[in-house]
Ligand binder design. Structure first.
Ligand code: SF4
Length: 482
């Protein structure tokens, strides 16, 4: 997942893992042939980690005979897997649940559930605010959903909010509900041991738990057998992977990368989101040496000022961040880096903001997610600091970074003109049906003519880049797909 968001704001869309305030309905596309009480309407908000959790939840429900419907009026169970990171997404869920009151009145047997991070964060308060809710289930107990639905039907209400390493759900999923069949996300860990003061994730997702290498490889193999060609490994701090996994041995993300690189049929490996503190030379060497690992790193810096990083408890300095980037640039051919930035964090002065501007100019990120800080209940910052940067200043700083990023992205993209890029084709372009769209190894969107040849979807094709825009590269296919 991209680094969890603590703030709302404008996003430069460089990465398909951005948190979103719009929900995504996991649906069947038709009315399932099961009784009404077994039909589930399921909407997921937030980051990719939430989407993966949703796949686990749907797997647990399907094993008990439940089936998805994309028609909320047709469902006997309505579930929202929520995101606590962005206020906007949270408010949106609560207003959707609020609007279900008349439906619940009409059908008292209807079970409405609020799941995931907001459930974990607000706990039983949700019942008081939204009496039509029957299930409040956090991130540690969601595999109990079938049982919770039964209990809610019998008793009206049930909460499941334990969050410890014993109750943390295991990872194995039965179904890939991802947007395309040739690209999949695989979780390597859950939770986070960091304590960034702006972030609610340690509270909502608990302590870090890594998954054994063998289990990750097995899941990746079965996904590849099913047609997947690109795997993105997910973790809140994906590069701290391995902690507490084997006594006396040091296991790191590089071990997973080495094993995945051996899988025949797998073409690309990515991993997100990395934490600057855990970038080490073994991992950088693995990125440089393994041909399937893409030369792309999502490495949130959050601010260009050490003083702000200190208030955020980010545990690295700008000098250390700089040194990670130079090591990557030195060793990894074609290295591309994207970042996350928060503007208007508690007490951010003009000088501190200018340090961020200078850092952006110096590093030249390929893309960045820029967020205006907004205080979230349950965070250290909400307890210890005042959210004192005026909203108009946050907006102004946000715009400055956004403009600067567009300029830098435009320059970086222009350097690609004349190069032939390998593109994994995702499908027809949303904006121009006569073109196909996909991503290069650096995670940039590339479009090229090709409506007539949809057989290229899911293939790797060489595209000669002829034109560059800040958010997209445009080119011509110059060879067959493979
Ligand atoms: S590293 Fe910091 S920002 Fe990322 S999930 Fe952990 S606490 Fe949140």
């Amino acid at each position: 997942m991209p680094e969890p968001r603590a703030a709302t704001g404008t996003v430069v869309p460089i990465d398909k893992l951005s948190t979103s305030s719009d929900g995504e309905v996991l649906g069947s596309g038709g009315a399932p042939e099961v009784p009404w009480e077994k039909r589930v309407y399921f909407e997921v908000f937030g980051c990719q980690m939430n989407k993966l959790d949703s796949e686990l939840m749907v797997g647990a429900l399907e094993e008990e005979g439940y089936r998805l419907t994309d028609d909320v009026e047709d469902a006997g169970v309505i579930l929202y897997n929520t995101c606590a990171v962005r206020e906007q997404a949270e408010n949106r869920v609560f207003s959707k649940v609020g609007a279900l009151k008349p439906l619940k009145r009409k059908r008292p047997d209807l079970v409405i559930g609020v799941l995931g991070c907001s459930a974990q964060n607000h706990r039983e308060k949700i019942f008081a605010r939204l009496p039509q809710v029957g299930i409040v289930c956090g991130t540690g107990e969601f595999l109990r959903l079938p049982e919770l639905i039964e209990t809610a039907r019998k008793q009206g209400r049930v909460a499941a909010l334990k969050l410890d390493l014993e109750t943390t759900p295991r990872f194995t999923r039965t179904r890939n509900l991802g947007p395309n069949p040739f690209s999949a996300f695989v979780s390597v860990m859950r939770g986070c041991d960091q304590a960034c003061t702006f972030c609610v994730v340690p509270k909502t997702r608990g302590k870090e738990l890594s998954r054994p290498v063998i289990e990750i490889v097995d899941e990746a193999r079965s996904l590849v057998d099913g047609g997947v060609r690109e795997i993105t490994l997910l973790g809140q701090t994906v590069n701290s992977y391995g902690k507490r996994l084997a006594k006396g041995r040091s296991i790191g993300l590089q071990h997973v990368l080495h094993e995945l690189n051996k899988i025949r049929g797998l073409e690309r490996i990515r991993f997100i989101t990395s934490h600057p503190r855990f970038m080490n030379s073994e991992l950088v060497d693995a990125m440089a040496a393994l041909e399937k690992v893409c030369e792309y790193l999502h490495l949130p810096v959050q601010s260009g000022a050490d003083s702000v990083l200190k208030r955020m408890l980010r545990t690295y300095t700008i000098e250390q961040y700089r040194s990670v980037i130079s090591q990557c640039r030195e060793k990894i051919h074609g290295f591309a880096v994207a970042t996350d930035l928060i503007v208007g964090f508690c007490g951010e002065t003009e000088d501190e903001f200018q340090a961020t501007v200078r850092l952006m100019e110096e590093i030249k990120f390929q893309g960045s997610f820029v967020f205006r800080y907004s205080q979230r209940e349950g965070t250290r910052a909400a307890e210890d600091y005042r959210d004192d940067v005026p909203e108009e200043v946050k907006r102004e700083r946000n715009q400055i970074l956004l403009k600067l990023q567009q300029k830098i992205s435009g320059e970086i993209n222009t350097e690609r003109i004349g190069l032939t890029e390998e593109v994994l084709v995702e499908g027809p372009s949303k904006f121009d049906a006569a073109r196909l769209t996909g991503r290069n190894r650096a995670n940039q969107i590339v479009v090229f003519p090709g409506k007539v040849d949809e057989s290229l979807v899911g293939k790797l094709v060489p595209v000669l880049i002829q034109e560059a825009k800040p958010l997209v590269l445009v080119g011509e296919r110059v060879g067959p797909g493979r």
